[in-house]
Design a binder for this molecule. Structure first.
Ligand SMILES: [Zn+2]
Ligand SMILES: [Zn+2]
Length: 375
């Protein structure tokens, strides 16, 4: 058997979580804390079985991007973790589909490259990315043992940025690994900024670190300001013709889950970024009193499909939370949203608030509840 041939039955089918733990121990490639991925809702916008009756299964893409960029601004090295997250997500998302359709259907090729570039795989990938609002695959070709992909209307790249930014490449490597049982590496050759609108990716079997353009803190600060403004104004400056403004909320939930669990340091950065985002929101939408501040934030949350926020005495209630809907967990999942509330109220009202999530949909409560204390 040559090295090109598939060497082993894909371990994804036995138990994806066990496999990821094995990878972590042996390859130091993925991060800890994926057990609860089993409890994250794999949903699609427009799916008939919506986990949220009013807001549906999607989030506005600008909010998702803001969730990522806020943390990168605090620590640009986090981008490397995000590439790992995208890879885990790709790997993990290949699992239910392959399980449902049967591995043999995909395995109509001798080499990993043939398995990933066959019509069945490309069809499945194209449909699932379209349904999830991730992007439109318009070309997949095999060249000298690697696969070239072109994707339009990518929802997870930062638009109008002269840099390669999206995580699609490592996501694709994760999917390819899920399908073939071997590691993949790749490069993002071009990223779909506002002008080209197309991301070009090349992936091949192999185990090399991902190459990524490094951005400076200043770049991230500018990007984040633009994103928060888009989120607050409800205006996407780079609208997508076919896919519209929404992405599957699974992306937000996975990023939320992994930042909460990767390490205490990740969690602190993530929460702090939520607070900073909340402060920026209050700067853009000043309020004279608590009622007005909650009303402003409620409008931002509902427009971006983050949840339905209302006041209940000293508490705030959030229904249909983006981070908790369809998720099952022992722990509350919405600390990031709580920190946005905290930053927003503190800035708007000029005094420090402390916001704690006291009930969460994810752990079986009817809705999420945040206790807001003036300190
Ligand atoms: Zn891209
Ligand atoms: Zn919650």
């Amino acid at each position: 058997m040559t090295t090109d041939e598939l060497k082993y039955v894909n371990p994804v089918f036995a138990d994806p979580i066990k496999y990821l733990q094995f990878r972590d121990a042996n390859l130091k490639d993925v991060i800890h804390g994926y057990e609860s991925l089993d409890h994250i809702a794999l949903t699609n916008p427009g799916s008939p079985d919506s986990v949220r009756p009013i807001l549906g299964n999607s989030v506005v893409e600008m909010f998702f991007q803001m969730q990522l960029v806020g943390v990168e601004l605090l620590q640009p090295k986090v981008i490397e973790d995000q590439l790992r997250m995208a890879r885990i997500l790709g790997y993990y998302m290949a699992y239910p589909t392959v399980n449902k359709m049967g591995f043999d259907q995909f395995r109509t090729g001798k080499t990993p490259v043939e398995v990933v570039s066959n019509d069945m795989t490309v069809g499945f990938l194209g449909e699932s990315w379209r349904n999830a609002g991730i992007g439109l695959i318009n070309k997949v070709e095999e060249h000298d043992g690697s696969i070239e992909c072109e994707i339009n209307e990518v929802g997870c790249s930062i638009k109008a940025l002269d840099s390669k930014y999206c995580s699609l490449c490592s996501n694709l490597c994760g999917i390819a690994e899920g399908l073939t049982g071997v590691l993949w590496s790749g490069e993002l050759e071009e990223c779909g900024n506002a002008e080209s609108g197309t991301c070009k990716i090349r992936i091949h079997p192999g185990d090399e670190p991902f190459v990524k353009d490094k951005l400076e803190k200043r770049d991230y600060a500018d990007i984040l300001d633009g994103l928060v403004k888009s989120v607050v104004d409800g205006v996407n400056p780079y609208p997508r013709k076919e896919l519209g403004s929404d992405l599957t909320m699974t992306l937000s939930q996975v990023v939320n889950y992994l930042f909460e669990n990767a390490s205490p340091g990740h969690r602190i950065l993530y929460h702090f970024s939520g607070m900073k985002v909340g402060e920026k929101m209050a700067e853009l939408k000043p309020a004279k009193n608590m009622n007005e501040a909650v009303e402003n934030l409620g409008k931002i949350f509902s427009e971006n499909k983050v949840g339905l926020l209302k006041q209940d005495g000293d508490n705030l209630i959030l229904e249909e939370s983006l981070m908790a809907s369809g998720v099952k967990n022992q722990k509350p999942q919405c600390a990031y949203l709580g920190k946005i509330i905290e930053g927003c109220l503190s800035k708007a009202l000029g005094r420090k608030f402390s916001v704690t999530e006291t009930k969460c949909l994810a752990k079986g409560d009817d809705f999420c509840e945040f206790a807001c204390k003036r300190i």
